[in-house]
Ligand binder design. Sequence first.
Ligand SMILES: C[S@@+](CC[C@H](N)C(=O)[O-])C[C@H]1O[C@@H](n2cnc3c(N)ncnc32)[C@H](O)[C@@H]1O
Length: 302
Amino acid sequence: MPRTPPTHSINKKGQLGRARIWVGDCRGMLSEIPEVRAGKVDLVFADPPFNWSRAYDQWDDSMPEAEYVEFTEEWIRRCHDGLRAGGAMWINIPDDWAAEIVVYCKRKLGMKLINWCVWHYRFGQNTKGRFINSKVHALYFVKPGGERTWNAEPILETSDRRAIYGDPRTESKRDGMPAGLRVPMDVWYGEYWGRVQGNNKERRGYHDNQLPEVYLERVILSCSNPGNVVLDPFTGSGTTGVVAREHGRLFVGTEFSNENALRAAERIEAGMIRKGVLKGVSSAIHPNRRKTGPRTKRVTAK
Ligand SMILES: C[S@@+](CC[C@H](N)C(=O)[O-])C[C@H]1O[C@@H](n2cnc3c(N)ncnc32)[C@H](O)[C@@H]1O
């Protein structure tokens, strides 16, 4: 079981705005956050421990299954209570628990599932007796009863139609999107989307469960506005905080480990490494067919 956590908050107030991290178990600490108490959170992003026996600085990541499910439902319920009507909740979760969480959020809390995205990464741990894990689910819920924030423009990418085929039809689109661009699909992969390991420039040595900045940038830009309150109950190395603050959101977080919280606060102060690197970029998995060789004729079977 977790040891008794410390309880205090780290307050960073700088040029880019405020970011605050409360140190302790989120189940107790969330009610200390004024914006949560007032139900004024606009966006929750949660990347909880997966109960995979990971060596976190303080948290014991190996609960009996029933206890883990109880823990999960409690932190989700507390985050949901702090969310404004229309606010969004994103949960990053592996296969093991995704189904239980979706049923709980929809059936017990009445939340609406907007997207069930998948974060696909290469270099998962090799396994011989079953398929190798190469994804985590990114579940996007909204609390009904208010206006949902959705900004497509800052996250648009180049469409496959333009990137692969150079098809002129993409230059005069009738769907209201700028020429050659589209909203990304619900499976996320590609450059900068790998797990943050090795000599990755983003890596914070102390914390080895860090999400890529591009992931949080996509979520925060599309689902919140400048000045909005963004909450992360499992701050970790501070990825949500650093992206939120860099984009002018007010960050509030909780973190069980004092050491993690201190380092996250330093990172938030230092700023992002990869701000805006994916804006307008293509995620196509085929090369441009016009440039890379003769176009092949389709052969029709007789
Ligand atoms: C998977 S990591 C989050 C990583 C984070 N998304 C990032 O990109 O750095 C989970 C974090 O939650 C913290 N944690 C675990 N249980 C917690 C709890 N009950 N309350 C608050 N923090 C907790 C762990 O110490 C760990 O830093």
